[in-house]
Design a protein around this ligand. Structure first.
Ligand code: AGP
Length: 615
């Protein structure tokens, strides 16, 4: 879950590497480091902490000139976050230098063998073992760097995206990937290397995404050759035009990426159904569905696999798909799914949901489902991501780059895509009346402006946040479609404010959690007019009778809950099935303001990273 950057060309590498690492810092921010080569010296600077700490330190301990550079921002897996475990790591001879995103699972036996051969190690990392293995192969078999990297990689087990530089061969950087993402930006007589395209988007929009088990020797004035690590087979590089622009990856005047991304939801929901949803003609056009309609219509069941917030979107989809299409749906944590030997047949459709498209557990679950014969459909946000390439077909959410670690706009655009899929299948199956079908299309088309209206509750959310910012626990309750939203609200608060929070189906309270209720427990209840309103009202009365503090999300004009609750946040009316697209907004704002008022790093919460590329 680290971020890696590399540059070889005619410009000064330092500013490109530093700015690139800042763009990738959402991937991991335990420590940072870089290497520069100025034609003579291989210079390294690295430190525990953020890229800004590296910027300060590197200006003190190295001369920052040189047109070749590699850099790393770390999310610690092997070895605690400290200076010596920071990347880059150098081989014993001092000639080879590496940055690595991923995990080498069999590093310990390799380390033991290398120690027997006289190698010494200064860090606890798997990465330092890899660079010395490459050196050992290079020496023993007298190989060039590219070949040595290939031979070494065929001896390791695990996930990696790496950049390797050899000061004996200073006109190239060798890169390779398995499981962790790696993109190469192709410029005029210069190359950029990074975990995603954000570090080089301002320099070039031509990118090559390396596939799994591929490597390349990036050399100036030579055509880029991509080879398969296993069998050295040459692969034609596929250069794709990047769609994103710089503005999309800047804060745009907001204090945090998370707040910017919350406010982007009206537009990105519109972008997600643009050209797909035609409410006036009653058409939903999604090529991934159209091309595989028979498979969906003849499916015995739909299995949804995902992690974190994407899993919550999957839970909402379970309600929507079953209600609209009567196709049975099961939702699975990808990490559990892949290890419980699940029963899957070729009559099953598996939908894999992932914002980043790089989540290791989801990727592995996809591979398992494919091996067992299921048709796998992906719902991803990052174009060209591993999951979008591993699945048989799919649909992109058009949320744009999501940089805040806490997912917001990806959640609502995932629900938008999954709801459109359910409506399209319902139309094909005739499981929705024509009037209901058209009503849902029209309502979905109105959602962006209703989200805009809901965002006007920001000040109320901020006021309520100032009252409960010192809470140590919090409960979220919802029924039906809004039970997953309660889970998502709790996750948002947990991950950015570090307050312990739990989401529950409101009726579950009586079976235990109600014991937690007292005058210090804020309870957020999602109570829109549509859906199980009366039932939720009685749940609110149960909480009130135990002096719990009630913050209720209600439909505009609600009077009954207003009487009972300590605070209400009003949202526009919509149908029950679409209500998660509105009810989740005040919960995003509430957790955001509580985290800001607690002085937390909202965009880079502790211990987290944007895409979990290791198990
Ligand atoms: C959500 O805010 C978190 N960042 C995390 O739970 C995330 O949803 C999870 O890691 C799944 O990521 P993905 O959608 O990129 O696969």
């Amino acid at each position: 879950m680290c971020g890696i950057v590399g540059y070889i060309g005619h410009r000064e590498a330092y500013p490109i590497v530093i700015k690139g690492l800042k763009r990738l810092e959402y991937r991991g921010y335990d420590s940072a480091g870089l290497m520069l080569y100025d034609g003579e010296n291989l210079k390294i600077s690295k430190t525990k902490g953020k890229v800004s700490d590296l910027e300060e330190k590197s200006n003190l301990d190295i001369t920052i000139n040189g047109t070749i550079g590699i850099g790393h921002t770390r999310w610690a897996t092997h070895g605690v976050p400290n200076d010596v475990n920071s990347h880059p790591h150098v081989s014993n001879s001092g000639d080879l230098c590496i940055v690595h995103n991923g995990i080498i699972e069999n590093y310990e036996p390799i380390k033991k063998e290398l120690i027997k051969r006289g190698y010494v190690f200064s860090s606890d990392t798997d990465t330092e073992v890899l660079v010395n293995l490459i050196e050992e192969v290079q020496k023993k078999e007298n190989l060039k760097l590219g070949k040595a990297v290939q031979v070494a990689l065929n001896q390791v087990v695990g996930a990696y995206a790496i950049c390797v530089f050899d000061k004996k061969k200073p006109d190239e950087i060798v890169v390779a990937r398995l499981g962790s993402p790696l993109a190469i930006g192709v410029g005029e007589n210069e190359f950029f290397i990074a975990s995603d395209a954000t570090p080089f988007i301002e320099y070039t929009s031509n990118a090559i995404y390396l596939e799994d088990e591929e490597m390349a020797i990036v050399r100036l004035a030579k055509p880029l050759k991509i080879r398969r690590i296993k069998d050295d087979q040459l692969v034609d590089p596929y250069i794709q035009e990047l769609q994103m622009n710089l503005e999309q990856i800047e804060k745009g005047g907001y204090d945090h990426f998370m707040l910017k991304e919350i406010y982007e939801q009206p537009n990105v929901i519109k972008d997600t159904y643009r050209g797909r949803l035609h409410a006036n003609t009653g058409l939903i056009q999604m090529s991934g569905i159209e091309d595989n309609l028979d498979k969906f219509l003849n499916a015995d069941r739909i299995l949804i696999i995902a992690c974190g917030t994407s899993w919550h979107a999957g839970l909402v989809a379970e309600y929507v798909i079953e209600e609209f299409t009567r196709i049975p749906v099961e939702v699975e944590y990808a990490s559990e799914f892949r290890y419980r030997n699940p029963i899957i047949t070729s009559k099953d459709i598996v939908i894999a949901i992932s914002q980043s498209g790089e989540t290791a557990d989801t990727l592995a679950a996809i591979k398992l489902a494919k091996e067992k014969g299921a048709f796998v459909f992906g719902v991803c946000n990052v174009v060209g991501s591993s999951i979008s390439r591993e699945t048989h077909a799919g649909a992109y959410t058009h949320a744009g780059p999501e940089i805040g670690v806490a997912s917001t706009k990806a959640f609502t655009t995932q629900i938008t895509v999954l709801t459109m899929m359910a409506l399209r299948l319902a139309k094909a199956k005739g499981t929705l009346s024509t009037s209901d079908y058209f009503r849902y299309l029209q309502e979905l088309e109105l959602i962006p402006e209703k989200v805009t209206e809901t965002l006007e509750t920001n000040d109320i959310a901020k006021k309520i946040a100032s009252i409960y910012k010192d809470a140590s626990n919090c409960l979220y309750l919802g029924r039906g479609y809004n039970f997953p939203v309660a889970l998502e609200g709790a996750l948002k608060l947990k991950e950015i404010s570090y307050i312990h929070a739990e989401g529950y189906p409101a009726a579950e309270m009586k079976h235990g959690p109600i014991a937690l209720i007292d005058e210090k427990m804020p309870v957020i209840v999602i109570a829109p007019k549509q859906g199980h309103y009366d039932k939720v009202v009685s749940n609110i009365q149960e909480i009130k009778s135990r002096s719990g503090k009630i913050i209720a999300i209600v439909t505009k004009g609600d009077s009954q809950v207003k009487e009972l609750a300590d605070h209400v946040i009003e949202i526009p009316e919509t149908s029950d099935a679409l209500s998660p697209l509105l009810t989740t907004i005040p919960l995003q704002l509430l957790s955001y303001h509580i985290a800001v008022l607690r002085g937390c790093n909202v965009d880079q919460p502790r211990n987290l990273a944007k895409s979990v590329t290791v198990e």
